[in-house]
Design a binder for this molecule. Structure first.
Ligand code: AMP
Ligand code: MG
Length: 328
């Protein structure tokens, strides 16, 4: 059985000790639950890749408790300092040039000369990072390619014995992953993954930004697989009607009738609420007895960009059949 503990001080101290001794610990962040490992420990990072079934070429995000703890890892230019000041702690990951004396394991960065760093805003994540006193890699606590967990039970269902302890602080308040922005080119900032910080919030500081790359070969985002966040069932996007054997994810008050099972991501049309519910809804739809999942059109504004990105990847052709069957 997976050990799940509420995030009392004693449990956080235990989790920190486990991380420092090279074990894997799952913990809540404001985005999704992360699977943590000591970023400076090669063996722990290798174990994390194994536990997730994650390809070694997909680099991890390094989490620290404050900007001061990020500075020994990477060089911050004026843009990076500005963004860190404005959005940390919070759902923004900065891809920066790594410092040559960085203690982060090269496995964590997939051997790149850049490193992705974030200071999460969840109080439990921050308390844990402070107690560990080292950078912690923390990808979503799910098998690679699958739906991210937004509660402790979903972590346990995904990872089982591989995780030494799960800190349970209830559902995640944002529900989709951080925005990843690449600042490694001094002349050009690029969003690699839309997420909890919106494009317009970033553009207010940096000016117009290029579109997120969507193809697997995009050199700067080695981990951006086309199929990702995939439930077991096939996903159909922009549905305006629904079949009797489909599970429906709706949004707003215009809900197509006739689905086998319906989950409204936000009856009031609130994109933050829809983001919070998205992964839970995909997991529930998988268990609804439906043949497929239909999703109504989601607006592109604000957090809609991140939701649409996740749904597009959930709907993409799966690389091989076994991905769709995992966890069935
Ligand atoms: P995940 O841990 O699966 O939520 O995803 C982390 C994301 O950050 C992936 O899309 C990675 O490709 C991206 N990432 C992490 N490190 C780097 C890096 N050094 N350069 C570019 N992208 C990165
Ligand atoms: Mg993930």
């Amino acid at each position: 059985m997976v050990r799940i503990r509420p995030p009392e001080p004693e449990a956080i101290a235990e989790a920190a000790e486990l991380l420092r001794s090279g074990k894997l610990v799952a913990f809540p962040t404001e985005t999704v639950y992360g699977l943590g490992a000591d970023a400076t420990n090669d063996v722990a990072v290798a174990a994390l890749f194994r536990a997730k079934g994650r390809p070694a070429h997909n680099p991890l995000i390094v989490h620290v408790a404050a900007r001061e703890a990020a500075e020994p890892l990477a060089s911050f230019d004026a843009r990076a300092r500005h963004l860190a000041e404005r959005f940390w702690p919070g759902p923004l990951t900065l891809v920066l040039r790594q410092r040559s004396d960085s203690p982060v394991s090269p496995r964590a960065t997939a051997g790149l000369d850049t490193v992705a760093i974030r200071v999460p805003a969840h109080p439990v994540a921050l308390a844990l990072l402070r107690a560990v006193g080292r950078p912690v890699v923390a990808p979503s606590a799910n098998r690679s390619g699958r739906v991210s967990p937004t509660c402790a039970e979903d972590v346990a269902a995904e990872l089982g014995e591989a995780v030494a302890l799960v800190l349970d602080a209830g559902p995640c308040p944002i529900g989709v992953e951080s925005t990843v922005i690449d600042l490694s080119d001094p002349d050009r900032a690029r969003i690699l993954r839309p997420g909890g910080v919106t494009r317009s919030e970033l553009e207010a500081i940096l000016g117009p930004l290029a579109e997120a790359p969507t193809d697997e070969k995009a050199p700067r985002s080695p981990g951006r697989m086309r199929s990702h966040y995939a439930p077991r069932l096939p996903v159909r996007l922009d549905a305006r009607t629904v079949a009797a054997d489909e599970a429906l994810l709706a949004f707003g008050d215009d809900v197509p009738k006739g689905a086998l099972w319906t989950f409204n991501l936000s009856p009031s049309g609130d994109l933050a609420e829809a983001a919070r519910n998205l992964y839970r809804a995909l997991r529930l739809a998988d268990r609804s007895g439906a043949r497929a999942i239909a999703v109504v059109p989601i607006p592109t504004r604000g957090l809609g960009e991140a939701i649409r990105d996740r749904l597009a990847r959930a709907a993409a052709p799966r690389p091989d059949e076994t991905v769709g069957l995992e966890g069935a």
